[in-house]
Design a protein around this ligand. Structure first.
Ligand code: AMP
Length: 686
C-alpha cells in the first residue's frame, strides 16, 4: 500500500485531485477531515484507535506484517472467552483452502455472545426490537436472551439435534432470530438461514442442499404494514424436503396457519416445557458455525461455511473498531438478519462485544420517510448502518423527513452492500451525520465474514465513494486482471485480491470444496479473489468498482444472471434468454431480461399478448427466486446477439439496455448483426 494520506487540517474540505467515483476521468474529490465528535470532544468518547492516521498505520502494519499472527493472538485472547486455550494462531493457507485459526482452541460462540455479558450485567439491553408498527418497540435484556436461547437449544436437543447437524432458519426480522441462531451455536448445530424474502422454491433448494432435519420459522411476518405468509411458503417448500422432520413455528402475528401434526410445533408451547439453562457445547475453533447461501457466477447458490473462532473474532473486532463501539453504545444495523450483514452486524458482532443491538422489522418509509430518524432519536442510537439503496430512496423523498430530528447521538453512520455514489454520500453526510459523524463506507462480502475495506472513525479522512483503507489484518492488492501482476502505486485500476488469510475467511463451500478453490483461490494463485474491480488513487484510497463476474447487485441483494436466466427458462415456451444488470439511480443495479419465445408458443402466435407475457415472466422470477430479483425490464426478442461460436454477447445487451446503443463498439464478432438493430427497436419500444 502506498503511504496513506496526511491528516488534513481542520479546513472543511481539502480539494484533492484524483479519479472521480466512476474512475472515468480525473477530477477533484473533496476529502473530509475527521469530525470532532469522533475525536472524543463535547462529551463523546475518545476513539479506540489513537494517534490519527499515523497511529492507525503503525498498528495496521503490525497486523499484516511478520508479527500479524501475534496481533491476532492478542486480539483473540483479549476479546474472547476460550474454554480451552489455543497455541497455534494460524495454520494452512489459501492454496489448498485449508486455513485454520486458533486450531487447538475450544470455545462456544453463544457463551461469548451471551453468558459472559449476562453474568456481568444481566439487565443490560441486548436487543432493541423495533417492531413493524411504530410505538411497539421492546428491549430484551442479556439475561432474557440467554434464557430464551437456552430454551430453544433444549427444544432442539430434545428433538435429537446434535453437534454438527444442520438446522434451517426462515424467520422474519424479529429478535427471536437471534435466539434461534445462538441456540444452534449453543449445542454446536450449524444454522443455515435463508432470507425470508426468498421464494418457496429457493428455500426448498437451500433446505435440500444443507440436508437439515429441523427448520425454524414463524406463522407470518410483518413489514411495512404488510403481512407475509411465511409459514405458507415453508409448507410449500417442504413438500419436496422429505428429510425435514420437525418445524418450530414462532407466533408473530397470531393469525391462523395450518400446522402439520407431528411435524409442526409452536415455539411458545415448546419453550416453556424445557429448562431455561443449557450448558454450552465446547466447540473446536474450526468447527462450522453457520452456512449462508450466496450467489456466484453459476446458477447454483453456494453454501458458504464460516468457522466458529475466527468468524466471531472478525465480527467482534470490526464492530469495535470500524464503528468505534463503546460499552454503552446502541448499535443499529438495518440489514435483514437473513443476509451476512445481519448475521455479523445485528447478531454476532455486537452481542460478542456485549453492546446493545437492534432488530428493525420495518422499512425506511413506513409509515413515512421519517421512520429511521424517529427510531434513532427514540432509542438514542449511536451507530447507524444501512445500504446506499435506502439512502437514495430517502434522498428522493426529501430532506423534510430528516431535518426535524435531533440525531445528535450518532457518531458513526455506515454504508454497505454496493458502491455509494457521491450524491447519496453527501446527502447522508449533510442530513444524517450533519458533518459531525463519520461515514464508514464498508466493503466486504459473505465470504469475508466481516468488513475488509473501511474508514476508521477518529482516524481516516473520508472521500465520498471510497471505502478508503483495509481493516487490520487485511492486506489487499490491486492486480492486473489479465496477468495477475500486482499494480503498485497510485492511479491504478484492476481487480481486488487479498494477500493473507484473515480469521473470518469462509472455510469452504458446503459439500463442494472444489468450487471454493475454483472461485476464490485459483483465479490468482496465492491470493483470495473477491470478484470485484477496484482502483487506488494517488492518495492510496481504494475505490470499489463493482463485480467483474456475472453477479448483479440490486439494492444490495446479490444474485447471478444465471439464476435469473434459469428461472425464466423454466417458464413454458421460453426458448432462451439473457439477463444483464444496468446502473439504476435507486437500486444501484437493475435486472434487464431479453427473452426469446419458442415458435410454437401460444405467445409467439399472439404478439398482442406481449404485455401479459411480460407480466407472467416477472411473476415467474418472483416465484422461483423471490420478489427482489424481479426484472425491471423484460424485452421479448426474436433472437439474441451471438458470436459465431454461439456465445451470447452480453456486452452489447448491457449497452443497449443502458441506453448506450450508439456506443456498441466492434460488432464484427456477432454472427447476425441485424439482430442488434432488432433488439435496439425492442428496447426503444419498451
Ligand atoms: P454480499 O456477499 O451479498 O454481501 O455481496 C458482496 C458484494 O457486494 C461485493 O462483492 C461487492 O460487489 C458489493 N459490496 C458490498 N459492500 C460494498 C461497498 N461498500 N462498496 C462497493 N461494493 C460493495
Amino acid at each position: 500500500m502506498p503511504d496513506a494520506p496526511k491528516q488534513p487540517s481542520s479546513a472543511p474540505e481539502a480539494d484533492n485531485p484524483h479519479r472521480t467515483f466512476d474512475g472515468q476521468e480525473e477530477g477533484h474529490v473533496p476529502t473530509f477531515p475527521v469530525p470532532e465528535r469522533n475525536l472524543g470532544k463535547d462529551g463523546y468518547p475518545a476513539p479506540f484507535v489513537q494517534g490519527g492516521l499515523d497511529g492507525w498505520k503503525e498498528e495496521w502494519k503490525k497486523s499484516v506484517g511478520d508479527q500479524g499472527d501475534e496481533w491476532w493472538r492478542k486480539a483473540a485472547e483479549d476479546n474472547l472467552y476460550w474454554h480451552r486455550p489455543f497455541t497455534t494462531v494460524r495454520a494452512g493457507g489459501f492454496e489448498n483452502g485449508d486455513t485454520q485459526w486458533f486450531p487447538e482452541g475450544g470455545l462456544n460462540v453463544s457463551y461469548n455472545c451471551l453468558d459472559r455479558h449476562a453474568y456481568a450485567n444481566p439487565d443490560k439491553t441486548a436487543i432493541i426490537y423495533e417492531a413493524d408498527e411504530p410505538g411497539q418497540a421492546r428491549e430484551i435484556s442479556y439475561a432474557e436472551l440467554l434464557r430464551e436461547t437456552c430454551r430453544i437449544a433444549n427444544v432442539l436437543k430434545g428433538w435429537g439435534v446434535k453437534k454438527g447437524d444442520t438446522v434451517s432458519i426462515y424467520l422474519p426480522m424479529t429478535w427471536h432470530a437471534a435466539a434461534a441462531f445462538l441456540a444452534c451455536a449453543r449445542i454446536g448445530a450449524i444454522h443455515s438461514t435463508v432470507f425470508a424474502g426468498f421464494s418457496a422454491e429457493s428455500l426448498r433448494d437451500r433446505v435440500q442442499d444443507c440436508e437439515c432435519r429441523v427448520l425454524i420459522t414463524s406463522d407470518e411476518g410483518k413489514r411495512g404494514g404488510k403481512t407475509i405468509a411465511t409459514k405458507a411458503i415453508v409448507d410449500s417448500a417442504l413438500k419436496e424436503c422429505p428429510l425435514v422432520e420437525k418445524v418450530l413455528v414462532l407466533q408473530r402475528t397470531g393469525n391462523e396457519v395450518p400446522m402439520e401434526k407431528g411435524r409442526d410445533f409452536w415455539w411458545h408451547e415448546e419453550a416453556p416445557k424445557v429448562p431455561s439453562y443449557c450448558a454450552p457445547e465446547i466447540m473446536n475453533s474450526e468447527d462450522p458455525l453457520f452456512i449462508l447461501y450466496t450467489s456466484g457466477s453459476t446458477g447454483k447458490p453456494k453454501g458458504v461455511v464460516h468457522a466458529s473462532g475466527g468468524y466471531i473474532l472478525g465480527a467482534l473486532m470490526t464492530v469495535k473498531y470500524v464503528f468505534d463501539v463503546h460499552p454503552e453504545d446502541r448499535f443499529a444495523c438495518m440489514a435483514d438478519v437473513g443476509w451476512i450483514t445481519g448475521h455479523t452486524y445485528i447478531v454476532y458482532g455486537p452481542l460478542a462485544l456485549g453492546v446493545t443491538t437492534t432488530f428493525f422489522e420495518s422499512t425506511p418509509v413506513y409509515p413515512n420517510a421519517g421512520r429511521y430518524w424517529d427510531f434513532v432519536d427514540e432509542h438514542k442510537i449511536t451507530q447507524f448502518y444501512t445500504a446506499p439503496t435506502a439512502i437514495r430512496l430517502l434522498r428522493r423523498l426529501g430532506e423534510e423527513h430528516v431535518k426535524t430530528h435531533n440525531l445528535s447521538t450518532l457518531r458513526v453512520i455506515g454504508s454497505v452492500g454496493e458502491p455509494i455514489n457521491p450524491e447519496a454520500w453527501h446527502w447522508y453526510n449533510d442530513n444524517v451525520g450533519r458533518g459531525k459523524a463519520t461515514i464508514v463506507d464498508t466493503y466486504w462480502m459473505t465470504e469475508t465474514g466481516s468488513i475488509h475495506v473501511t474508514p476508521i472513525p477518529g482516524v481516516t479522512p473520508t472521500k465520498p465513494g471510497s471505502a478508503t483503507f483495509p481493516f487490520f489484518g487485511v492486506d489487499v492488492e490491486i492486480l492486473d486482471p489479465n496477468t495477475g501482476a500486482v499494480l503498485e502505486g497510485g492511479d491504478v485500476e484492476g481487480v481486488l485480491a487479498c494477500k493473507k488469510p484473515w480469521p473470518s475467511l469462509a472455510r469452504t463451500v458446503y459439500k463442494d470444496h472444489a468450487r471454493y478453490l475454483d472461485t476464490y483461490m485459483k483465479p490468482y494463485p496465492g491470493y483470495f479473489f473477491y470478484g470485484d474491480a477496484a482502483a487506488r488513487d494517488n492518495d492510496g484510497y481504494i475505490w470499489i468498482k463493482g463485480r467483474v463476474d456475472d453477479v448483479i447487485n440490486v439494492s444490495g441483494h446479490r444474485m447471478s444472471t444465471a439464476e435469473v436466466e434459469s428461472a425464466l427458462l423454466m417458464f413454458s415456451g421460453v426458448a432462451e434468454n439473457a439477463v444483464v444488470g444496468t446502473a439504476d439511480d435507486l437500486t444501484g443495479q437493475a435486472v434487464h431480461a431479453f427473452v426469446c419465445m419458442k415458435e410454437e408458443s401460444d405467445y409467439s402466435k399472439a404478439p398482442e399478448k406481449e404485455a401479459e407475457l411480460k407480466k407472467a415472466l416477472g411473476i415467474q422470477v418472483r416465484k422461483v427466486i423471490g420478489p427482489f430479483a424481479a426484472p425491471k425490464k423484460i424485452y421479448i426478442v426474436r433472437d439474441l446477439p451471438k458470436t459465431r461460436s454461439g456465445k451470447i454477447v452480453r456486452r452489447a445487451l448491457r449497452k443497449i439496455a443502458s441506453g448506450e446503443g450508439d456506443q456498441l463498439g466492434d460488432l464484427s464478432t456477432i454472427s447476425d448483426p441485424s439482430i442488434v438493430e432488432h433488439i435496439m427497436e425492442a428496447v426503444k419500444k419498451a
